[in-house]
Ligand binder design. Structure first.
Ligand code: NAP
Length: 458
């Protein structure tokens, strides 16, 4: 997936989950930040890379990518936006799965659209896809309300020629929908999303009660965190059937998978399983923002796994070794030289205590960061401790190359180094094992390890 930034994306977790379920081997999916100026080079690189299957595309490239593609699906052409690229030999095709995600969601809830009136709040990319879907299903009239009225007007002008059976109207006020009852209300703005516009929530929906509605009307909110949004709660109060945005997210992902690999082996079961998986990850992420501490022996890859976890969660990353060096305005080897290991450990205790109070942060602990009993208790009380393990042989191999940068190993002969590694491991293993979770890093990429941590953390 490409975008700028991409750190909040849930796509890596979704597609790795599907790959695992479908038993697709050697599957690799990564979220990569591509700056707008690098987009043309990126596309020409993937064209010649035979291993590449496709891309998900997110902001700000959804529109900018169009000129670099060899062909476009009819949805992508009409919407002027691409969120999925499929490679076909050396050609790249642009698709838009928003529409299929919306249609499958509306169909799953048996929403009546043909010949009915609907109302959309918002005029961005998602609103355009909703309006397109309603045109496809031959709605009678689609009212589009947006705070920037000119954007709603542009949306209407774009879709009208494509769907002559549907009338599209840009409304000047939320309740400007005429007297005919509506069968569908759609929130295609981020209002109600967790951490967004919290102050807008209560005054945002009073007009909903004033709109004429059919008795079989539904309210569809594209926001999926939280699952029960204020828009949906208000709809329920008014007796309107609520439909959340999670199903659309899942259906879009499945449509993307189908473009790349063909049909799922068990489409219904996979949809349900993905829904459960996402619901669990979203809920646990929403509710538990205490820090995740990564511990394990030096060289095990705590910092790279921390970065990958931070990217997937959209959390900050800190490294206690960096905090110590920063606090002392000296490198770690220099602290060891001037203050000895005990001086370093005293500083490390302070750094760990600072991290214990942080929220939404992944903390890579130094290899000995849990040797102080008080620090260990503090970590266990204030967050989640995860032990990243590796075979001793693998650690020895990795440390051969970097031993000179590690004060506890630098200057030792190969035999003494091995002895030191073994004795440190023996001392620390009981402490590492106090962690809530142990995840092996042997032969795995940091992303793989991060995925397992996220899957298994309660
Ligand atoms: P977008 O292109 O940035 O458009 C955002 C829209 O929301 C614009 O119409 C904007 O109005 C309006 N808006 C933003 N803040 C507002 C506020 N405070 N008050 C009133 N209107 C406001 O975003 P998008 O891609 O269309 O996405 C919209 C929402 O749909 C997001 O929450 C996104 O997460 C969700 N979504 C969900 C799925 C899914 O799978 N469930 C898929 C796609 C999108 P202006 O034009 O006046 O700025």
């Amino acid at each position: 997936m490409i975008g700028f930034p991409v750190s909040h994306s849930r796509s890596p977790a979704i597609f790795r989950f599907l790959a695992e379920r479908e038993g697709v081997k050697d599957f690799s999916y990564a979220a990569t930040e591509v700056k707008p100026e690098h987009l043309p080079t990126f596309i020409s690189t993937i064209k010649s890379d035979r291993e590449f299957i496709g891309l998900n595309v997110t902001l700000p490239h959804k529109e900018e990518i169009l000129p670099y593609l060899d062909s476009l699906s009819s949805e992508a052409r009409c919407l002027g936006a691409v969120n999925v690229v499929r490679k076909n030999q050396e050609k790249v095709e642009g698709h838009n799965t928003d529409v299929i995600g919306i249609l499958r969601t509306l169909d799953a809830h048996r929403c009546r659209i043909e010949g009915e009136d609907a109302w959309i709040w918002g005029a961005g990319g998602a609103a355009r896809a909703v309006a397109f879907s309603l045109g496809e299903r031959r709605a009678r009239c689609v009212h589009v309300f947006n705070r920037d009225h000119s954007r709603a007007q542009r949306l209407v002008a774009q879709l009208e020629p494509r769907f002559p059976d549907t009338c599209f109207r840009a409304s000047r006020s939320p309740d400007d929908t005429g007297s005919r009852p509506l069968s569908l209300l759609v929130n295609a703005t981020p209002i109600g999303m967790k951490d967004v516009l919290v102050t807008d929530l209560s005054p945002a929906f009073p007009f909903m009660g004033a709109l004429p509605m059919t008795r079989y009307a539904s309210a569809f909110d594209l926001v999926y965190v939280p699952e029960k949004t204020p828009f949906l709660s208000r709809a329920e109060e008014l007796g309107i059937f609520p439909i959340g945005g999670l199903g659309m997210l899942v259906d879009q992902a499945i449509a993307t998978w189908e473009l790349w690999f063909g049909s799922l082996q068990q489409p219904i079961e996979s949809r349900e399983a993905l829904m459960v998986h996402l619901r669990e990850t979203l809920r646990s992420r929403a509710e538990d923002s205490r820090p995740i501490f990564l511990t394990g022996f030096m060289g095990v890859g705590k910092s790279t796994v921390a970065q990958s976890l931070g990217q997937q969660l959209g959390w900050d990353c800190v490294d206690t070794d960096h905090l110590v060096a920063q606090g002392a305005s000296m490198s770690i080897p220099r602290i060891f030289e001037l203050e000895g290991e005990s001086g370093f450990r005293a500083r490390e205790v302070v750094a760990v205590a600072q991290c214990a109070g942080l929220l939404r942060t992944v903390v890579a602990l130094g290899g000995g960061g849990i040797t102080d009993p008080k620090s260990l208790e503090l970590i266990l009380r204030s967050g989640h401790l995860v032990f990243l393990s590796a075979e001793t042989g693998a650690l020895e191999e990795r440390l051969k190359r970097t031993a000179h940068t590690r004060p506890l190993l630098a200057g030792l002969s190969p035999e003494m180094r091995l002895e030191k590694i073994h004795s440190l491991l023996a001392d620390r293993m009981p402490l590492y094992e106090r962690a809530k979770l142990r995840v092996s890093t042997d032969g795995r990429s940091p992303q793989d390890v991060a995925d397992e941590v996220l899957r298994r953390l309660p």
